[in-house]
Structures are given as structure tokens and as C-alpha cells.
Design a protein around this ligand. Structure first.
Ligand SMILES: Cc1ncc(COP(=O)(O)O)c(C=O)c1O
Length: 374
């Protein structure tokens, strides 16, 4: 199935084929649109793909992160350390439970939490760490787990952007702690809206299934609620799209990796523009977006405008969370508090990136960028 965008090169596009249509039709014809077999199939396939013991599908990545902070039993007066260089949900999930997000600055190369900054931010109120695999690059799981062990903290991995990434040769999500993947249409795979929480612990999984289903327990009737819960269910229609996408996960990841390699090649001749950090022995990125670092003396707004005039969509990925208006108002955060994150927020620019991106369009993007910089 071809999605037509005309001469415009969008920032992102889902990669949908006939299998998605078939499985959605199968669900429609089954009459079982929620709490059915397709959700189970999606959960089992996802768990298999990331070598996780258990997976609980939810209505969004944000919902998944919220359930994780609920499982960590954080509440008013507690602090949770997270990255300022992320999407707001990784801090909002802390606020939902009335706890306080505490930011630690990031490493300038990986753009993920700097374990030394995390260790320095631990207080006697700290209860958990929400670590993000930003732009699909795995965070320093071992160093962060060591901090958690030392201080008795819960560890939650926001892997919303990282389906298919690997840390020390193992899939992100296989390490046994709580990790969350997300499936908004700009992600590696989509369910329209949706997310999933993986864990190595069966009791945690049962609790996740219950909390996402209004607190119902395995035993007990439809109107019996063992605990206070939420409607964070993923429908079987959405799960059908996800199950079809998973069949092609390897192909999708390979397409994205080769599109990223093509950009790196094209950008090698554009002076001053830095591509995303390359993989190493311990970190294999799953390509989610393609953010480049512009030279410090370049006016990013002018570049964005020039690219937009040529039909090339870009995005300022990502604004630092602590400088969002509601965060400044509530906690008094100001510029200069997390300088590495702020510098990345000022200089990074995400270029159009999706599984089906055309090589000729990538050349057009890079040529336009080169002209804009010149
Ligand atoms: C790092 C990160 N965390 C959390 C989320 C939230 O996922 P969702 O949009 O599915 O709620 C996203 C998705 O945009 C994300 O990129």
C-alpha cells in the first residue's frame, strides 16, 4: 500500500501493508473487538521478539509508564530521577502518582542519562529511576541498575523509542526489569496509539494486566474490582495492526538502518553537521528518528524555514522537559540547570525519517540542507 505525500517529504510515515488490513478485518469479523485473542497474540509475539518473559499491552506508552510508577509505589514526597532530554511522558508518569521528578543531566554523546549525574542526584527521598533510550540508543542499563541496587530503587526503562535496540548483545526489554515500548505512528512499528510493558516477573505482569483493566483480577466477575485501576486497554483492532507489523519487524528495522546509513553517507560531505552517534560493542541503536547536530553558530530557525519552503518537514527534537512552561511554573526550573540537555535541545534537528523513505528524497533533503547552510 503506497501512502502518497506529493512533493512534500514528511517527518515520519507509518509502514502499512496488506497484512495489517487482513488482520484488522479478521478481528472485525470475529466480533471480539476488545479483550480478545489478538491482544494475546500481539503480547506473545512482542515478548518473543525482545526475549522478554511477559508483555502487557496498553493504550499508549504514557499509560505503560504510568503503570510502572504505580508498580514502583512512588507517591507524594518521593523523588524519581529521570532525563530532561526526553518526551514529557517520562517525567509526567512521575507526576501522575504525586511524586517529584528530579532531573539529572545527560551524556553529550549518547544523549542518555549520565550515570554519574544520576548518582549525584540520589537523596534519601529517591525511590526510582526512569531511564530513557533516547532516539533508540540504549541507556547505560548496568551502571544505572547498580545505582538502583545500591540505594534500593526501582528501575523503569522508557524504551518507547527503542524497539529492536540491543544492549551488550541482548535485546532491550530482555533484562527482566520493567521496560515500556510505544507504538504511535512515528515509531518503528505502530498500532495507531498503543504501548506495551515487558517484565521478567510474572506477578508484576498480572498486576499490570489488572491495573490496565480497571483493577479486575483473574478470578472474579466483570463488575468486581480487586484494586483501583484504569482503562488502559489496547483494543484488538489496534493489536491486529501491531501483530501484522511484528511479522515484518526485521524488515522494518533493516530498512530504517539502511536509510540511516544512507543519510550518514550523504551528510559526510556537509561540513559541520554531525550525524547521530554510531553503535559500539555495547549499544546497537534501533533507528527511530534521524536528528543531526547543527553547528553552534547556525540559526536553526532559518534552516527549518528554508527546508519547509522546499517541502521538507523537520522537527526540533527535543525541547528539554524542565524548560516546558508547566515545569518552569511548578518547579521553578530555569535555563542553565541541565546545560548538556539544553545544548542538545538548541542544536538538534530531526530530518525526515521512515521505513519507506526514498533514496532520492534523502538526497533532496541533504542537498536542501547543504544549500540552507551555505
Ligand atoms: C521517550 C518517550 N517516552 C514516552 C512516550 C510516550 O508514548 P505515547 O505517545 O505512546 O504515549 C514517547 C512517545 O512519543 C517517547 O518518545
Amino acid at each position: 500500500m503506497t501512502i502518497s505525500t506529493g512533493a512534500r517529504i514528511p517527518l515520519s510515515l507509518p509502514y502499512i501493508d496488506s497484512l495489517e488490513e487482513e488482520l484488522v478485518l479478521e478481528v472485525l469479523r470475529s466480533g471480539r473487538l476488545s479483550l480478545g485473542a489478538m491482544v494475546t497474540r500481539f503480547e506473545e509475539e512482542l515478548a518473543r521478539n525482545v526475549s522478554a518473559r511477559h508483555a502487557a499491552a496498553v493504550s499508549s506508552g504514557t499509560a505503560g509508564l504510568h503503570l510502572c510508577t504505580r508498580l514502583a509505589e512512588v507517591g507524594p514526597g518521593d523523588e524519581v530521577i529521570t532525563s530532561p532530554f526526553s518526551f514529557v511522558a517520562s517525567a509526567n508518569c512521575v507526576l501522575y502518582e504525586g511524586a517529584t521528578p528530579v532531573f539529572a543531566d545527560i551524556d553529550p554523546h549518547t544523549l542518555n542519562l549520565d550515570p554519574a549525574a544520576v548518582a549525584a542526584a540520589v537523596t534519601d527521598k529517591t525511590r526510582a529511576i526512569v531511564a530513557v533510550d533516547i532516539f533508540g540508543y540504549p541507556c547505560e542499563i548496568d551502571a544505572l541498575l547498580e545505582i538502583c541496587d545500591r540505594h534500593g530503587l526501582a528501575f523503569i526503562e522508557d524504551a518507547c523509542e527503542a524497539l529492536g535496540a540491543e544492549y551488550k548483545g541482548q535485546p532491550v526489554g530482555s533484562q527482566g526489569h520493567l521496560a515500556v515500548f510505544a507504538f504511535y505512528p512515528n515509531k518503528q512499528i505502530t498500532t495507531g496509539e498503543g504501548g506495551i510493558v515487558v517484565t521478567g516477573d510474572e506477578d508484576q505482569w498480572r498486576l499490570l494486566k489488572s491495573l490496565s483493566n480497571q483493577g479486575r483480577a483473574d478470578s472474579g466477575g466483570w463488575l468486581e474490582h480487586a484494586r483501583f485501576g484504569y482503562n488502559y486497554r489496547l483494543s484488538d483492532l489496534a493489536a491486529a495492526v501491531g501483530a501484522a507489523q511484528l511479522v515484518r519487524l526485521e524488515e522494518i528495522l533493516a530498512l530504517r538502518a539502511s536509510a540511516a546509513a544512507r543519510y550518514a553517507e550523504l551528510l559526510a560531505s556537509v561540513e559541520g553537521v554531525e550525524p547521530p552517534l554510531a553503535d559500539d560493542d555495547h549499544h546497537v541503536r534501533s533507528w527511530f528518528v534521524y536528528p543531526v547536530r547543527l553547528p553552534a553558530d547556525v540559526d536553526r530557525e532559518r534552516i527549518i524555514a528554508t527546508l519547509a519552503e522546499s517541502g521538507v518537514e523537520t522537527s526540533r527534537y527535543l525541547p528539554s522537559i524542565h524548560l516546558q512552561p508547566y515545569m518552569r511554573e511548578r518547579f521553578g526550573f530555569r535555563e542553565g540547570m541541565f546545560p548538556v540537555s539544553e545544548e542538545a535541545s538548541k542544536r538538534l534537528l530531526a530530518l525526515p525519517f521512515y521505513s519507506s523513505i526514498d533514496a532520492g528524497d534523502q538526497e533532496r533533503v541533504v542537498d536542501t540542507l547543504r544549500r540552507a547552510l551555505g
